[in-house]
Design a protein around this ligand. Structure first.
Ligand code: ADP
Ligand code: ZN
Ligand code: ZN
Length: 821
């Protein structure tokens, strides 16, 4: 039996801390269990045990851990190992990974805010314990407190275990849950006030309702519903099903409760639908799909990672479904990763039909309770399941993964920017899969250059699917020279005559249109027409974005809002006006050209809530709207049947963006958005507006020539030493004081340069050089692929420690972004 436990704390600390295990807990404690530990001044945290041993550490006084929260670990093998890999690879602490991985409800700490659930009712058959009541009463005074304050208020010590129980019973919430829509987990049920089988009482009940036909109907409906025998037990009847069945109003039910015949009670139900789904087999595969399916299976024999490069609408989802089915039959689990925005009802319904309740969905907009529920479900058993989830679902406690699918693997939203861990979910998922001995399938019509490179080098298997389902042709792409149209004065706002004509034809034929406007650089801005003054955020070094709906200015980095000044602060003239081509502006243009045509707009502003987003998609698929205007959001895995024209309003900004990935991105975006044109049986048309119609990239887009784009980009990457020929690490330094930051960044960089020489670039001011009042400097480290990463990391650590000799460096914020996107 071990006497000491190493734990990971939810803090950015680069080591594990050791605690003494009280003797009565020594036997039960397991690796992966949560424990409450004191840390720092009077603070305590939920930590996770990573190692049990007897070796007393030197250099600090070992404290005793306070209590153990779990009888069974909340982590499974190999999760800890996976966390360590992420921390090591992405240069952050395991504590950072822990914070990102666990739902808040599983990692209570002193600073966590807990809130009283005012709807909580204590069930008769499951009373709260005294300590639990005391805590609730203390919380009730304010209804919202931090754990630390609650401890003071209640005068109780070590309240985390008690809080854990209250959380599980939903008597309290942690504050994070309240941000999301919390759905109550109870439902009202109805029961008779007398025992079943009490015939006399039943006869009496019928006497009571004899004069009231509707009440009689309800009583009969109740018996009908409840007598549905299940294993000799009467079935419980929910209020809703009773009202539905009887077709009688709730007032009648109320009257019967008054009379003392019925009695309502609350019952806990699972947050996830418990209905039994009628499942049907996945659609049979077409010949081409069948071939791809077999090639994937064969490829998996030699490669643990395989890329399915299948054009848009080739039916990749169907192929996934068949692969998933096979893995589930082998009794193993599947993780199906999608970019946040692609997790639509369209997709979940499709998979739900095939996999029924084996399908679990993990969305970032879920409440914390829902996350905890999924977490615990996976922890409880190994049964074959498929988790369809976003980036963070790689952290779930899978028991036995057999297959990981990363759909739209090229999507940059798989990379987490902020906060740490700054991981790439696709790459992390590949590592996770290998820890489980599982295969990984990457799917996309436009592979990331790095991925295609790996496939070409034979590191990954490669399967190509070049025909669309039903052999529908890829859309025809018509480039239109905006420069020329401008010269001839033929532009109508942002529209060329060609695009307007095509739109008109489509609308006349009762077809639909999608217009794509790249988000980057197209945010509408406010400007002084007199002196060109532009308002900027006080905390960040960026121009503000104009929001017409609220007639306000917003900072996209910190979210701060500002009023529009009446007169220009620079020249004093009342000449402030809006410029730019946001999606709002396009919407106005459309209203002018096509009055009376219903239009919807899909961008960050119109899709703040998940339901708003789903509503826009649904309205469009049902043809309630004829034209859909959108940003990159509309490029993601949507499947509409009646879109014959897609307009790309401007390819220019995408292409000219100063980033070595700009052309790759522009190609991916244009190819994906073109893919929305002409699905089901029909070839579609894409009008591509650009001022560089003769540029190689535009020609590659027109020809759907991924290979051409790939080869060209690859030779540029090689010439300028960019990935996949090098590995990039960005190092960010931040401070409030710009002079100090500059001085220290220069010193830091020259220290780095002493070791790495010309592989170090910078320090530079990034495009946005101040965010939330912190100035930023960026240093780029370009390492050749052959360099030993552990060594590189060791050097980075040493340089950092050397800098710490200067006390001022401690006030500087420094972090790394490995494989930045
Ligand atoms: P991708 O993901 O490759 O863009 P999808 O999987 O969305 O393509 O498929 C495109 C369309 O073709 C969808 O409407 C889908 O239902 C249909 N489809 C694909 N494969 C089949 C199949 N084997 N049987 C019936 N319909 C299919
Ligand atoms: Zn700001
Ligand atoms: Zn001015």
């Amino acid at each position: 039996m071990s006497t000491l436990a190493d734990v990971v704390l939810p803090l950015p600390l680069y080591k594990y801390f050791t605690y003494r295990i009280p003797s009565d807990l020594q036997e039960a404690l397991q690796i992966g269990s949560r424990v409450v530990v004191p840390f720092g001044r009077k603070k305590y945290y939920t930590a996770i045990v990573v190692r049990l041993h007897d070796v007393m550490p030197q250099g600090y006084e070992v404290k005793e851990l306070i209590s153990v929260l779990d009888e069974r670990p909340v982590l499974r093998r190999p999760q800890l190992q996976f966390w360590e890999w992420i921390a090591d690879y992405y240069l952050c602490s395991v504590g950072d990974v822990y914070k990102a991985a666990l739902p808040s409800g599983l990692k209570l700490e002193s600073e966590t805010t807990v809130t009283l659930n005012t709807d909580f009712e204590e069930p008769d058959d499951n009373r709260l314990k005294e300590r639990e009541w005391m805590l609730l009463a203390a919380l009730g005074k304010k209804s919202r407190m931090t754990v630390q304050d609650l401890e003071k208020e209640s005068g109780m010590r070590n309240i985390l275990p008690t809080l854990r129980v209250l959380l599980e019973r939903e008597a309290v919430f942690v504050s994070e849950q309240l941000k999301t829509n919390y759905r109550p987990k109870t439902e009202t049920y109805i029961r008779l006030t007398f025992q079943q089988g009490d015939d006399a009482a039943l006869r009496h009940a019928f006497e009571c309702v004899k004069q009231a036909k509707k009440q009689e109907t309800m009583l009969l409906s109740f018996l009908d519903l409840s007598l549905f025998m299940q294993k000799g037990k009467l079935r419980e009847v929910s209020r809703k099903s009773l009202l539905d069945r009887s077709g009688v109003s709730s007032a009648v039910l109320g009257a019967m409760v008054e009379k003392g015949l019925f009695e309502p009670y609350k019952k806990e139900i699972s947050r996830f639908e418990t209905e039994v789904y009628t499942v049907q087999e996945a659609a049979p595969l077409s010949d081409a799909q069948q071939v791809a399916y077999r090639q994937i299976s064969d490829s998996f024999k030699e490669h643990s990672v395989t890329l399915l490069h299948g054009v848009t609408s080739s039916g990749k989802t169907e192929i996934y479904a068949h692969l998933i089915d096979r893995v589930l039959h082998e009794g193993r689990q599947v993780l199906y990763l999608v970019p946040e925005i692609a997790l639509t009802t369209q997709l979940t319904n499709r998979l739900r039909k095939i996999f029924g309740d084996k399908l679990m969905i993990y969305h970032s907009k879920f409440s914390d309770n829902e996350r905890v529920e999924i977490w615990n479900t996976l922890l409880d058993d190994h049964s074959p399941r498929i988790v369809l989830g976003v980036r963070s679902s790689i952290f779930l406690p899978f028991g036995d993964l057999g297959l990981v699918i990363v759909d739209e693997e090229h999507e940059t939203s798989y990379k987490q920017y902020d906060p740490a861990p700054r991981y790439h979910a696709r790459n992390a998922a590949i590592v996770l899969a290998s820890m489980h001995g599982a295969k990984t399938l990457l799917g996309t019509a436009t592979p990331a250059i790095e991925t295609y490179f790996n496939a070409r080098q034979g590191k990954y298997g490669l399967v190509e699917l070049k025909s669309r389902f039903n052999d529908v042709e890829l859309p025809e792409i018509i480039p239109v020279d905006v420069r020329e149209m401008r010269k001839k004065n033929r532009m109508r706002g942002n529209f060329t005559p060609e695009l307007l004509n095509r739109m008109q034809i489509a609308l006349d034929g009762d077809e639909q249109v999608i217009l794509f406007q790249n988000r980057r650089g197209f945010a509408p801005m406010v400007e002084c027409k007199q002196c060109a003054w532009v308002p900027k955020c006080e905390h960040c070094d960026v121009s503000l974005t104009y929001h017409k709906r609220f007639n306000q200015l917003t900072c996209h980095y910190c979210g701060f809002t500002y009023e529009i000044p009446k007169v220009c602060p620079a020249c004093g003239q009342p000449t402030i006006g809006v410029m730019g081509f946001g999606t709002e502006r396009i919407e106005e243009d459309i209203a002018q050209h096509f009055p009376n045509i219903p239009v919807s707009r899909m961008d960050l502003d119109t899709t703040r809530s998940r339901s708003a987003y789903e509503q826009i998609i649904e309205d469009f698929s049902k043809k309630k709207n004829k034209i859909l205007i959108g940003t990159q959001m509309i490029t993601k895995g949507l499947d509409f049947d009646h879109v014959s024209v897609v307009g790309i309003l401007s390819a220019d900004l995408m292409m000219n963006y100063p980033d070595f990935r700009a052309h790759e991105r522009a190609f991916q975006m244009m190819e994906q958005v073109s893919g929305r044109a002409g699905r089901k049986n029909r070839k579609g048309v894409v009008v591509l507006q650009t001022s560089q119609p003769e540029s190689p990239l535009i020609r590659q887009v027109i020809a759907h020539d991924y290979e051409g784009m790939y080869n060209m980009q690859l030779s540029e990457r090689k010439a300028f030493s960019y990935p996949p020929y090098t590995r990039l690490i960005y190092i960010y330094l931040k401070h409030r004081d710009e002079t100090l930051l500059q001085e220290l960044s220069v010193r830091y960089t020259s220290l780095l340069r002493e070791v790495f020489g010309a592989r170090v670039l910078g320090p530079d001011n990034p495009p946005v050089a101040r965010i939330q009042s912190l100035y930023i400097r960026k240093v780029v480290l370009k390492m050749e692929l052959s360099a030993s990463m552990p060594k590189v990391k060791e050097i980075l650590k040493q340089v950092y420690e050397n800098m710490l000799v200067d006390d001022r460096f401690k006030t500087l914020l420094l972090y790394y972004d490995v494989d930045p996107m």
